[in-house]
Write a protein that binds this ligand. Sequence first.
Ligand SMILES: [Zn+2]
Length: 231
Amino acid sequence: MAAAESSLPDSTQIIVAAITAAIIEHRLAPGAKLTEQKIAAIYGVSRTIVRQALFQLARDHLVTLEPARGAFVSQPSVEEAQQVFAVRRMLEQHLVEEFCEKAVASDFRALRAHLKQEQAVVSRVDVTGRTRLLGDFHVLMAERIGNHVLAQILSELISRCALITLMYQSSRAAQHSSDEHVNILKALEARDVAKAKALMEAHLLATESSLLYHPRTSSADLAQALGSYAA
Ligand SMILES: [Zn+2]
């Protein structure tokens, strides 16, 4: 999860976390309008609090603020999507190296426990929680070795990736992703840095190549949905 700023009031953080989760779990579509008044009513808070939350989400690139129109769930461009994945690949090559160097027995146990939970969830049909658990595997690696800066940056990038896979309709099965995590962990446990790095690179490339780079139109936006038939 994108770590909310500790300087923000609790109610702001709760709204940031709730909207982030809704985007990651694909309950909120790209382009969906986020009406300040409705959100304020749902959470029983002032519009100022909601506005602070929307500003934070805009900083995380999950929300786009448009002058005089309001806030919308972001619709990342193909170029932006490719850049987000490229940055993840760079960072996670470093992550694998650092993990192999620093991990102790309890870190491997933590990852094994996480994968057990992940496998149990991906084998069920419910989508909720699945996308988040898959992303958490990567963040957990950084957290276990105490690299909180990397954990926070990765967590933000992974939220953006979830939005991207939602927008560009990934054909990739969650089971496939989780099986690759299992293989990455095996290489990490063997402290085979070269193999773990290669598997991580292939894992991220496979996720990206499963994306269909023709944006799916949001059903909430009628004009856009109808406009797509004209092309
Ligand atoms: Zn993964």
